[in-house]
Design a protein around this ligand. Structure first.
Ligand code: G1P
Length: 287
């Protein structure tokens, strides 16, 4: 079954414990990556990939994400009255970026449960999932768009993959590929969430972009808690790949892991070095 992907789900209810104490009050998705919040990169990628509806699965501590994408009349009026046209237009552009729906995940039961919260909106359609901690940069061909192309060609669900070093295997969901059908496209027959390196079926790790079949919702409804005591999306996809085709795609592009303090810091430095206006600031600071 093929379909156009118009919806992308962003699970953003996580408490961000890897960033404490900053995230005691601040949503980790709102931390800056050079000049805009981390979440903005994922949303821009989804829009550039053709998604017109963004569904955020959020929690009570994440109101700042809702406010960020909403209009702010007071600020807009102030900027307009002071003749700060460029900033004013920037604010309008952010709030017009996409149709964004917010659904509350009432309990932190895991990524699988967060995705299940999107069922009332996604219904019977294939949909995208983007984990905003993984920031992908590929200007010409956004990573979600690459997965959509595989879905359009092959049908079924598609997961972004990356080969990781053995020491990093236990940080990710790891897949077992039956065969590589063509350049970078793998038929997935098994997967396991955060395995010990000795038990891992490969070094092909799941990265935070997915195109999922709506069949995953029924599986998630019966899904027991797995690794870390959470309802894991990986466990549900393991069941799904026995029922329907699930493809893995070794994406093309660069990934910045903004889910840890070290990764986020490194991403800021790397991206600032690539910005012609900021490059010298960083080089001088390092000197
Ligand atoms: C999640 C997924 C995992 C995936 C990872 C990618 O883990 O559960 O399968 O490999 O994202 O970033 P998390 O990083 O939320 O623990």
């Amino acid at each position: 079954m093929q379909s156009k992907i118009s919806k992308c789900v962003f699970p953003v209810a996580g408490l961000g414990t890897r960033f404490l104490p900053v995230t005691k009050e601040l949503a980790k998705e709102m931390l800056p990556l050079v000049n805009r919040p981390i979440i903005s990169y994922g949303v821009e990628e989804a829009i550039a990939s053709g998604c017109s509806e963004i569904i955020m699965i959020t929690g009570r501590a994440k109101r700042s994400i809702e406010n960020y994408f909403d209009r702010s009349f007071e600020l807009e009026e102030l900027l307009k009255s002071r003749g700060k046209t460029e900033l004013y237009e920037m604010m309008i552009k952010i709030s017009n970026m996409a149709e964004i729906l917010f659904i509350r995940q009432r309990e932190p039961l895991g990524l699988g449960h967060a995705v299940l919260c999107a069922e009332p909106v996604c219904g019977n359609e294939f949909f995208g999932v983007a984990l905003p901690d993984d920031v992908f940069i590929n200007e010409s061909d956004p990573v979600l768009a690459q997965l959509i192309k595989v879905h359009e060609k092959m049908g079924g669900s598609v997961i972004a993959l990356e080969e990781v070093e053995p020491e990093n295997v236990s940080r990710y969901g790891i897949v077992k590929s039956q065969f590589e059908i063509e350049n970078g496209i793998h038929k997935i027959i098994d997967m396991v969430e955060k395995p010990d390196v000795n038990d891992a079926p490969s070094n092909l790790a799941i990265m935070g972009r997915y195109i999922l079949s709506p069949s995953v919702f029924e599986i998630l409804k019966g899904q027991q808690a797995g690794a870390g005591g959470e309802i894991q999306l990986t466990d549900a996809l393991k069941t799904l790949c026995a029922q329907e085709p699930v493809w893995g795609f070794v994406y093309k592009g660069r990934r910045f892991d903004c889910g840890t303090q070290k990764g986020w810091l490194a991403a800021n430095v790397q991206l600032a070095l690539e910005d012609p206006e900021l490059r010298d600031v960083i080089l001088n600071a390092v000197k």
